[in-house]
Design a protein around this ligand. Structure first.
Ligand SMILES: Nc1ncnc2c1ncn2[C@@H]1O[C@H](COP(=O)(O)OP(=O)(O)O)[C@@H](O)[C@H]1O
Ligand SMILES: [Mg+2]
Length: 510
């Protein structure tokens, strides 16, 4: 008899249905797996064989043919172990059940216990959308899958336990659905809270604007001036994640295999800081079996790139598309794949290779050519996508030891959230969420200014050499400053402040 067991494979962030067909025929004992299996699927043979033998079941001493259909999709990873084992038990008549509405996923150990797998949330969403009645998966993945409702979730510890369940001898207790709201109400103070950072009021103000409008930031400053510290604190003032964002981000971490039993949910905005020696694939995503890279792992959060000019050109240029579209398209032999990648970029760099150009306390030892070469590593199109350019000055001793109380992140976050609300109301028809995402059309529509503002911008264009790009960037930041004020219209003081965040390259060279 042949058995047909339902399962899924994960391609990008999508679950694709796979049917595991098992037939037991006459012939020399052995097992063949067909249907484009990769190495890990191929090795399922040995794991399944041992697992069945070490459970209260018999591994048939016949020829077993396993077909993973449809045959034109490549199958990856060890998650087919469980459906293959169940298929063998059904095909050999050891268990029987109506196999219409069940879906199985799981890697087997040789002793028959189940091991954690990746991409379970995606599979659970598939079950919800396709009216699957029962989802069987490793117990270690149950917490993650329980965020999705609409089916019975059965956490399996061992193959033995599953056999008894399917034979109706001893039932597995279904896992109850977890409500996201129950998991996100833990508001501990982060160790990176703004209140632990002395002084730097101007920088903090700029970070508040960036957080409110979703603007990318470039931080300049000599080593030890506090760039890393400020970037980490930035995360604590971003608006809290909404439930749908939590699910969106958790899905990416699930596929990347970065969730654990104890942390099944990403409730805090991600903060990722890849090192500049990281490979292009690990930053951007991709690989033989495409996995999300750092830019997707920082989706809805922050991508912090310290020592920005040290990153290889290929990595920096690859950032252009995601910075524009909020997603990354990865081409592969079987068509292209898309991963979301809407993050706020915080780039940090020293003003020159030695780090001390313009520093009052140190002398810079770099030659002008070295400085030019260092600065040139970041191309115009990348700089153009960074709205706020900010100098982080070295903090004075008096400020550092001052007893003055600093504002807490919680307070700043409240203002940021209010500023964001204004944007959501304004953009609800435009299909964007933040000021940073505005294109020319939205800028024309939502950033109208009066004559005084026009005059100010005009003189800035002349005296500061503000380009057309700089003009639009300034308007976007001014819009955010007005949203924080809150003010319906952009006023001259908002434009004036926005102008102070435009690139200061020229000044640093002078
Ligand atoms: N404004 C500040 N308030 C408190 N500590 C600071 C401040 N600025 C710098 N520090 C201290 O200096 C250390 C170095 O800062 P860091 O952010 O790593 O500098 P950078 O990244 O610019 O080289 C921090 O870990 C922190 O202890
Ligand atoms: Mg640093």
């Amino acid at each position: 008899m042949t058995a047909k067991i339902k399962s899924v494979t994960i391609i990008g962030l999508e679950a694709v249905p796979i049917e595991v067909e098992v037939d037991i025929v006459k012939g020399l004992p052995g097992m063949a797996i067909v249907g484009l299996p990769d190495k890990a699927v191929e090795e399922a043979k040995e794991r399944v064989k041992s697992a069945i033998r070490n459970s209260n079941a018999i591994f048939p001493n016949k020829k077993i043919i396993v077909n993973l259909a449809p045959a034109d999709i490549k199958k990856e990873g060890p998650s087919f172990d469980l459906p293959i084992a169940v298929g063998i038990l059904v095909a050999s008549g050891q268990i029987r059940f109506n196999d219409e509405k069940q879906l199985f996923l799981g890697e087997l150990s040789l002793d028959g216990s189940l091991r954690q797998i990746n991409g379970v949330i995606t599979a659970a969403i598939f079950c919800q959308e396709n009216k699957i009645r029962e989802l069987y998966l490793p117990a270690a993945n149950a917490a993650e899958a329980s965020l999705i409702s609409g089916f019975e979730l059965l956490p399996v510890q061992t193959l033995d336990q599953l056999i008894l369940h399917l034979k109706d001898e001893s039932k597995i207790e279904p896992q109850q659905e977890t409500l996201i709201d129950d998991l996100i109400n833990n508001s501990k103070t982060s160790q990176f809270d703004m209140k632990y950072i002395a002084g730097q009021e101007q920088v903090k103000r700029a970070l508040e604007i960036a957080a409110a409008g979703g603007h990318n930031i470039l931080l300049f400053g000599s080593p030890g001036s506090g760039k890393t510290l400020l970037a980490r604190a930035f995360n604590t003032i971003l608006p809290r994640m909404r439930p749908e964002e939590i699910l969106e981000v958790t899905k990416i971490y699930s596929v990347a295999g970065m969730l654990s039993h104890t942390k099944p949910l990403i409730c805090e905005r991600p903060f990722r800081s890849p090192h500049h020696t990281a490979s292009s694939i690990s930053v951007v995503g991709g690989g033989n079996w495409p996995k999300p890279g750092e830019i997707s792992l920082s989706h809805r959060g922050v991508l912090f790139m310290d020592e920005f000019p040290e990153f290889p050109r290929s990595v920096l240029e690859a950032l252009r598309q995601p910075l524009e579209d909020g997603s990354i398209c990865i081409s592969r032999a079987q068509g292209s794949l898309e991963f979301p990648a809407r993050f706020i970029l915080i780039a940090a760099q020293n003003p020159c290779p030695c780090g001390y150009l313009g520093d009052e306390g140190h002398e810079c030892i770099c030659s002008p050519t070295e400085i030019v070469r260092y600065r040139k590593r970041i191309s115009g199109p990348i700089l153009d996508r960074i709205d706020i350019h900010l100098e982080v000055p070295r903090i004075k001793y008096k400020k550092m030891v001052s007893k003055a109380k600093n504002e807490s992140s919680k307070k700043v976050r409240r203002r940021v959230e209010a500023g964001r609300r204004n944007q959501i109301l304004r953009f609800h028809k435009a299909g964007i969420k933040t000021n940073a995402e505005m294109g020319i059309r939205e800028i024309k529509r939502f950033c109208q200014i009066d004559n005084n503002c026009e005059k100010l911008l005009e003189s800035a264009m002349d005296s500061l050499g503000l380009s057309a790009r700089g003009y639009h960037r300034t308007l976007k930041i001014a819009r955010t400053i007005a949203d924080l004020a809150p003010s319906k219209f952009i006023k001259t003081e908002h434009i004036a402040e926005a102008l102070s965040y435009r690139p200061k390259e020229q000044k640093i060279f002078a």
